[in-house]
Design a protein around this ligand. Sequence first.
Ligand SMILES: Cc1cc2nc3c(=O)[nH]c(=O)nc-3n(C[C@H](O)[C@H](O)[C@H](O)COP(=O)(O)O)c2cc1C
Length: 344
Amino acid sequence: MQDYKYMDRLMQRGREFLNVRYPIICGAMTWVSDPKLVATVCNNGAFACLAGGNTPPEILKAQISELRTLTDKSFAVNLITIAPAYQEHIALLKSLDNPVPYIVFAGSIPKEKEIAAIKETGAKVICFASTISIAERMIRSGADALVLEGAEAGGHIGHVSTTVLIQQLLFRFGDTLPIFVAGGVATGKLTAHLLLCGAAGIQMGTRFVMTEECQAHPRFKDYFAKANARDAMSTAQFDPKLPVVSVRVIRNHGTQEFTKLQLELVKKVAEGTTTRQEAQLELERFWVGSLRKAVVDGDVEYGSVMAGQSVGLMDKITSVNDVIQEIMSDGEKELQKMKNFFAE
Ligand SMILES: Cc1cc2nc3c(=O)[nH]c(=O)nc-3n(C[C@H](O)[C@H](O)[C@H](O)COP(=O)(O)O)c2cc1C
């Protein structure tokens, strides 16, 4: 096994928390993080999250069973609080004879009693934090660890950048509980500096899409390869009466369709022909459906190609193991360089 003396030392807390060799998390990605990708990441010593949030409960149950046949390592299941089957997912996880070891809550803010219900199964709970107030609330509600996710990330995002969240949140709560940094992270060099800032590890989504073992359609990956950082835009909210979560996605016809749909729904909410909740659900259904179109069918013109700004840093598809080893060895080189600098 490769020796990464300095990275290992800085990663000890994350390693112990996740019970893995490398506290590098492959974040849940709807339609992308299937049992095969999750198992590959885990079997290569890192940690991954099964995208369960938008999956019908019986399929999620089958996927958890499949995953257990592919790996005996620790992994997480992602729950999305705003998904239609959210409560059924919680019930499913409570009913399993062999409980899932880690649960990551995403979407909006999970209730304290939902976190408690999951913790009763023995699982450790990881929550997203995209603002300081959400972080404080999640810590009060019993989260065991946080994923600090900046607005550079792909998929549904908050509005605060990773750099500011590091100073607001990691510097403040980094000693209280393990914090994994996400949003624009794609290199070992940055990982080394995040560990020095107090991170327990990192989480990446965009980078893991560009792996051989990721089952996303080749056209989806090709779109990633060609995109610049600025092509991964964040969607806007047009009316405070219809609050929507921003999504970072590569600009195409699909993003125009989202704009059109949102404007239609703003009008309907104003006219009273639909409710705010119904309109929000419809927008979420749009994302799940259009993401499938892009990831599974390869329709990158009309589907939604969710990607973080780090998409501008990658143009090659490599193996999952290469990604992990590159992060570790580049991080180690960076720490060695710093050590030499200060030893002079
Ligand atoms: C295609 C795609 C789909 C995603 N779907 C989900 C999801 O279903 N649940 C979730 O918690 N996060 C989701 N994310 C966010 C990732 O898990 C991860 O936190 C994010 O990609 C990290 O930032 P990065 O894109 O800069 O690496 C998604 C991201 C992408 C790129």
